[in-house]
Design a protein around this ligand. Structure first.
Ligand code: ZN
Length: 676
């Protein structure tokens, strides 16, 4: 059988031949590509010559190219253009891929060669990028226990097995508890205050369960609008308290023991590998580097934001007293009165903004911003294959007119596309031995569709989303680096959101908005007063929001950054951390930790701080542009260097080269209205 996935792509730019690929091609292609990748690894381990950077590290970098190509096409489409058959294929091939990954990671002969190169690295005359790649490859093994004796290796594998079971169990318990609660409403007046879409949702949830009336659940699309809009205070309290009991009740879904076990095992694992805590282990491969840096960072922001948060709650309490005679404002009142106060202060309607943001103009606006900054240009092309007619394709050129990248833009929702917005790639950049491969980048979104009479008009949030994903896309399109593993967005986790969040800043600048925020009927540029309102409402209750984020970051670090925690009573442990950030009366018998899926189920352990960290970076970086001019060519040149360097340098060093010093939270605090 001819399999287009296995052949060399004989297409313009070697772009993926989407129209030739059929579902039946994937599985055999995966199988053959895995076999090929295995053979390539065997050739490295069986090489009779002594290990060098080229015959080991670079050879590893070059291996598995076909497999990477097929994987990116398949998994990108499985997100943007899937169907039952593809999901079935995903289930079939995922175990094969993880087995192959494990075979490489646990390959002792391969590690021996990598280690030999690592130990003689000074004798090889490596470039900085090569030295950095070597470090990364070596760490990839050592952080998984390759240097341990057999007994410890066995222990580590046993811990990993237990940890994956425990986080699975943790997640299942949270899910079961989320699904087991329902607030049944039979009296229509208890729905008072809720917007139509929330009432429809409540009705649909009731119908699905064969219940007469309306049902409110702990799922976010039901829970959040109810807390925000429902006038019935008692029901808000009931719902809020139910949420605080998730996986903390006396039943089979209680997560207290799971939390204790997960924390203990993570510490044990870190210590076997020679780290003092789990946080030390995780942060070694982050920009922040040490638990102390993270804690100082969180505590500094806490000290600065807290007085503002206190003032906000004072104002909110006064407001609630005025309009509803509330004596003591409680947690279940917060979202409700905050929404009301926000309406009173800003009365900003989405419908007022949308006509200024026609999708085509906003896209062109993002391109124009990049052109003004970096001289790069975008040209729509129709000579390459698309996986769906709705996709638009562009050729991106640098300021000298040289080819930089392909860009796919896929903007509208449809069956087979998962919700949300993301940037991804069909091919990443590399340039080994003069063999330059330019990247093929894609942006996928779910924006408001055009209708027969109206073009696609974006909400302001969609506008910032487009700029956000475009920032990631630039990171992927601009590499001036040699190795794929270090190119573009292959950077540390607490650094990767810098380019994307940085670009969002342009959505608030009059000088940028005049490029694209034009009324789709009259061509009038958006009035500045509207933008000021958007800005002010964006930082509404920012002090409180900041404290909330910090409280989660501090809790995360307390679990993972200490060795002498007393976790006998989780409730006591948690309350002790939260008392630094709490501004509301305590709620008896409630718990966050038992449903804190980010850190106990997902991959955010010792990483929750990165949300705020990234905001500090983007605000500080953009402040440099505000100081020098938001399109200043010299500042832009420095930022281009940062973007095009990808992950070839320690991010803090890279950032300092751009900015002239380390990032400080000043610009973020100013932007968020948290500075005097
Ligand atoms: Zn992002």
């Amino acid at each position: 059988m001819n399999n287009p996935l296995l052949e060399k792509f004989d297409t313009p730019f070697e772009s993926a031949p989407f129209t030739k690929i059929k579902n039946e091609h994937y599985k055999p292609a995966f199988e053959q590509a895995i076999a090929l990748a295995k053979k390539e690894i065997d050739e490295i381990t069986n090489n009779s010559e002594s290990p060098t950077f080229e015959n080991t590290i670079e050879a590893m970098e070059l291996s598995g190219e076909k497999l990477g190509q097929i994987s990116s096409i398949f998994f990108n489409l499985n997100s943007a253009e899937t169907n039952d058959e593809m999901q079935k294929i995903a289930q079939d091939v995922s175990p094969l891929l993880s087995e192959f990954g494990n075979d490489v990671r646990l390959n002792e002969k391969l590690f021996e060669r990598v280690k030999a190169v690592y130990e003689q690295k000074d004798s090889f005359n490596l470039t900085d990028e090569q030295a950095y790649l070597l470090e990364k490859k070596y760490k990839g093994f050592s952080r998984n226990g390759a240097n341990l004796n057999n007994e410890d290796k066995e222990k580590l594998r046993d811990i990993d097995k237990q940890l994956s079971m425990l986080s699975l169990q943790f997640g299942q318990n949270v899910l079961a508890e989320t699904n087991s609660f329902q607030l049944v409403i039979t009296d229509e007046k208890d729905l008072k205050g809720l917007p139509d879409y929330a009432i429809e949702q409540a009705k649909a949830d009731a119908e699905e369960k064969n219940i007469t009336g309306w049902v409110i659940t702990l799922q976010a699309p039901s829970f959040i609008p109810f807390m925000q809009y429902a006038e019935n205070r008692e029901l808000r309290e009931k719902l809020f308290k139910a949420n605080g009991l998730k996986a903390y009740q006396d039943n089979e879904y209680n997560n207290e023991e799971n939390v204790k076990k997960i924390v203990a095992l993570r510490h044990q694992r870190a210590q076997i590998l020679g780290y003092s805590t789990h946080a030390d282990y995780i942060l070694e491969e982050r920009m922040a580097k040490t638990p102390k840096t993270v804690l100082d960072f969180l505590n500094d922001l806490l000290a600065k934001a807290k007085p503002f948060a206190e003032k906000e709650i004072e104002e909110l309490s006064k407001f609630a007293k005025e309009i509803d005679h509330i004596d003591v404002l409680q947690r279940w009142d917060h979202a409700y009165y905050a929404e009301k106060l926000k309406q009173k202060k800003f009365s900003l309607s989405e419908e007022e903004l949308k006509p200024y943001f026609q999708l085509e103009n906003v896209t062109q606006g993002a391109f124009d911003v990049a052109t003004k900054l970096f001289g790069i240009t975008f040209k729509e092309i129709n000579t390459i294959d698309k996986y769906n007619e709705e996709v638009t394709t562009y050729e991106v050129l640098d300021k000298h007119g040289n080819f930089l990248s392909l860009l796919y833009a896929d903007f509208f929702p449809r069956a087979g596309k998962r919700p949300g917005a993301w940037m991804t790639s069909f091919r990443e950049a590399s340039n080994i031995n003069g063999n330059s491969k330019r990247p093929h980048i894609s942006i996928v979104c779910n924006f408001t569709k055009p209708t027969k009479d109206t073009p696609s008009l974006l909400t302001f949030q969609e506008v910032t989303t487009l700029f956000h994903e475009f920032g990631h896309a630039l990171h992927g399109m601009l590499p001036n680096t040699v190795y794929e593993s270090l190119a573009g967005t292959n950077v540390y986790w607490d650094f990767v959101e810098l380019p994307s969040q940085f670009f969002e800043n342009y959505c608030y600048e009059p000088e940028a908005l005049k490029l694209f925020a034009k009324h789709y009927k009259t061509g009038e540029i958006i009035p500045q007063e509207l933008i000021e309102k958007v800005k002010a409402s964006a930082s509404f209750m920012e002090g409180f929001q900041t404290l909330r984020q910090l409280s989660f970051g501090l809790l995360d670090m307390s679990y993972h950054g200490n060795n002498d925690n007393n976790l006998d009573n989780l409730q006591v442990f948690e309350k002790d951390i939260f008392k630094q950030t709490d501004l509301y009366p305590e709620v008896e018998n409630s718990m966050m930790s038992t449903s804190f899926s980010h850190i106990f189920q997902g991959g955010y352990s010792s990483g929750y701080y990165s949300y705020k960290w990234a905001e500090v970076l983007d605000a500080d970086a953009f402040a440099f542009f505000q100081e020098t001019g938001i399109f200043n060519p010299e500042t832009a040149q420095k930022f281009y260097k940062l973007l095009s360097s990808g992950g070839t340098i320690e991010p803090m060093k890279l950032y300092e080269e751009f900015r002239g010093n380390k990032p400080t939270p000043d610009a973020l605090l100013k932007r968020a209205g948290l500075a005097n």
